[in-house]
Structures are given as C-alpha cells and as structure tokens.
Design a protein around this ligand. Structure first.
Ligand code: FAD
Ligand code: FES
Length: 265
C-alpha cells in the first residue's frame, strides 16, 4: 500500500546514522520483520527514485527506520524535520524472515542491525532467547548505535543478549562477527540453532558457509539496487542456486542461504 506519512522524529543516534519515526498506521499494522518500504526523500524530481529501507520496528501506529547517510537521498532525508511536509512511501514490501525458528542467532554487520532489531523484538515476544551478534569496524563513533540497541534489548523482558565484535578490538570479540558466530555455534549444539543474518555481501557469504558446514538453517537478507520495489524493473535480481534468478524485492530480500548462488553473486 502507498501512503503519505508525517515525520514524528528524525534523530541522530551516531555519526551519520539516524532513526526516523513515521506515522504510517496501515503499513505499521501490516509490517513483518525483514520487510522493507520504498521511501521518496524528495518532493521534487531529484532524486526521482524512491530508496529502499528496512523496517527497524513498529511502535503503535509508527514505523521506525534506522538509516545511514551514504549519498544524496539519505543526506536529504537526514535534513528533514518533524512536522514538515509528509513523505511518500509504499510497503511493506518483500518477503521477511521466517520466524518459526529454534534457538535463533542473529548476525548483523553494520547497518544489518536495522532489520534485525525488529526481528529480535518479535522473536523475543514469541518466547525465544535471542543471541544477537553485531559486528562493527570499531566502537569509536558508534557508541550511540550501541546504546540505541541496548535500549531496544532492555525494553524487552531481557531475553535478547547482545554481543559485539569489533575489527579493531575496541569492544567485545576482537575480529569479525563471523568469528563470533563460529564461536557461538561451537559453544552449543549447533544443529538445533538457526541463523538469521543481514550485512555486507562478504559477511553474508561467510555466514552462509559457516552455517552450511554445521548444518544450521540460515536465512539472509540481501541488498540489491532497487528502482521499483514491486517486481517490475528486474533491477534487483540475484543469481539463484538453480541457475535462474530471484528478485530481491519479491522473492527476497530474505532468502534461505541455500537458494542463492553465492559464486555468481
Ligand atoms: C531491501 C533493502 C533494505 C535496505 N535497508 C536499509 C536500512 O534499513 N538502512 C540503511 O541505511 N540502508 C538501507 N538500505 C540501503 C539504502 O537503500 C541505500 O543506502 C540508499 O538507497 C542510498 O541512497 P542515497 O541516495 O543516499 O545514495 P546514492 O546516491 O544512491 O548512492 C551513494 C553511494 O551508496 C552506494 N549505495 C547505494 N545503495 C546502496 C546499497 N543498497 N548498498 C550499498 N551501497 C549502496 C552507491 O553505490 C553509491 O556509492 C537498504 C537497501 C535495500 C535494497
Ligand atoms: S526493484 Fe524492481 S524488480 Fe525488484
């Protein structure tokens, strides 16, 4: 569904990272973890195309988006103030995570935290203990993101356990989050766990390999350039393990890892 939404908050949580709160009751009511929206950040012709953003959470009639400023669209978005002109968006789009899982391990690289925050809350509300592994280059400059995520975990009944991996060793596990994943799976009976991941492509490839080696079911949320978000433009196709292609905006963005042809991606 498409709608116009009022900005209720557009708050900087870390350097270049913002949390956007939109009043979008119909989309909020239908949203499932792992789905996304297409958001137009401008009322003019530039940029013309809407930008895809994962749904970071739902609070009442509000939709939360966690985004990083990387280019023109996200820079314009970061300048928007609450109470200004409404923004056009459509969604919820795509296939989200299957939450019928056992002993979930969430693996986020950088902004992969955005969809997995919603996943963690939903899994916890279903009575799961959630291991949430988050990887960052280093903690410096990201302290606000860490406290944002801790706040999210504390707002629940305490069944979400967050662990950090930093490449510079400034917090938590010293190294990549995939190393922390391997350790976590080795610590318990891996075959009864499920992995749900979102992050940069090399990280997702490694997560898929580590999970496959231990026979752990793995779902990944993949990013691809998206123009329409509706399955029409084919700009977002991902090579599939059966030799064909999958549209990230329709069959994904969340896919079982074994459906993806990682070598061709
Ligand atoms: C399904 C989906 C969900 C997403 N969810 C989020 C989210 O929750 N939070 C968030 O911050 N971002 C998310 N993204 C990425 C976000 O859509 C892009 O960062 C945004 O479109 C960039 O727009 P821009 O105009 O600022 O940058 P542009 O001017 O379009 O691009 C600036 C630079 O960023 C690069 N870039 C553009 N899009 C991407 C991308 N998807 N991945 C990597 N690099 C890119 C370009 O190659 C270019 O170098 C998601 C993408 C997809 C496909
Ligand atoms: S974004 Fe157009 S088909 Fe997926």
């Amino acid at each position: 569904m498409s709608s116009w939404a009022q900005i209720k908050e557009n708050k900087k949580v870390a350097e270049g990272i913002y949390r956007l709160r939109l009043e979008a009751p119909a989309i909020a009511a239908a949203a499932r973890p792992g789905q996304f929206v297409m958001l137009r950040v401008s009322h003019g012709l530039d940029p013309l195309l809407a930008r895809p953003f994962s749904i970071h959470g739902v609070e009442g009639e509000d939709l939360l988006i966690l985004y990083k400023v990387v280019g023109k669209g996200t820079r314009l978005l970061s300048l928007k103030r609450p109470g200004g002109k409404t923004l056009s968006l459509w969604g919820p789009l795509g296939k989200g995570f299957d939450l019928n899982v056992q002993r979930p391990v969430l693996v986020a690289g950088g902004m992969g935290i955005a969809p997995l925050g919603f996943v963690a809350q939903e899994l916890e509300s279903q009575g799961n203990d959630v291991a949430f592994l988050c990887g960052l280059p280093g903690m410096q400059g990201f302290e606000g993101l860490a406290s944002h995520l801790s706040g999210l975990a504390m707002a629940t009944s305490g069944r979400i356990s967050i662990s950090w991996a930093t490449e510079d060793g400034s917090a938590g596990h010293n190294g990549l989050v995939t190393g922390l994943l391997a350790q976590t799976l080795e610590a318990g009976s891996a075959s009864t766990r499920s992995v749900l991941a979102c992050g940069p492509l090399p990280m997702l490839k490694a997560v898929a390999t580590i999970s496959a080696q231990r026979n752990v079911p793995c779902q990944v949320s993949l990013e691809a350039p998206m123009a329409c978000g509706l399955g029409a433009c084919l700009g977002c196709v991902i090579p599939a393990a059966d030799g064909g292609y999958l549209r990230a905006c329709q069959e994904g963005p969340v896919l079982k890892a074994e459906l993806v042809d990682w070598a061709r991606l």
